[in-house]
Design a protein around this ligand. Sequence first.
Ligand code: DQA
Length: 145
Amino acid sequence: MKILVIHGPNLALLGEREVAVYGAFTLDEINQALTAEAKKDGAELEIVQLDGEGEIVEAIGKARKNFQAIIINPAGYTHYSVAIRDAIAAVAIPTVEVHLSNIYAREEFRHKSVIAPVVIGQISGFGVNSYLLGLKAAVDLLKKK
Ligand code: DQA
């Protein structure tokens, strides 16, 4: 069971970026927590952080050969990237959208996700746990297949 985790733009700055909104943990700490959890579930993770929209589109396109699920935090692209949405729809790999913050409790422009209609589901607002819950959702889905 191979799962691709994509962290979108600016998430490399976690730990120093808007700590009141995103928390004090770093991306490395999230990745360590994810890797430990995946090990328990017998899942193999590949984790990437990509700032560019095109890079994310490319990673999703290539994933169809090697991965059974995707967990993605599209970050700022969530709210307008038709290209990332189309890539997810094109590969038809079950995808879970995650957000550290509750995007619906923030500025109005964050209330809309153009990604949400093409994913299995969205988890928003639980900090690091959004990723861990996303992993659990993806693993359970694949185990039922
Ligand atoms: C985010 C929420 C987005 O609105 C924002 O642009 C991010 C992070 C989150 O994880 O809460 O960069 O996706």
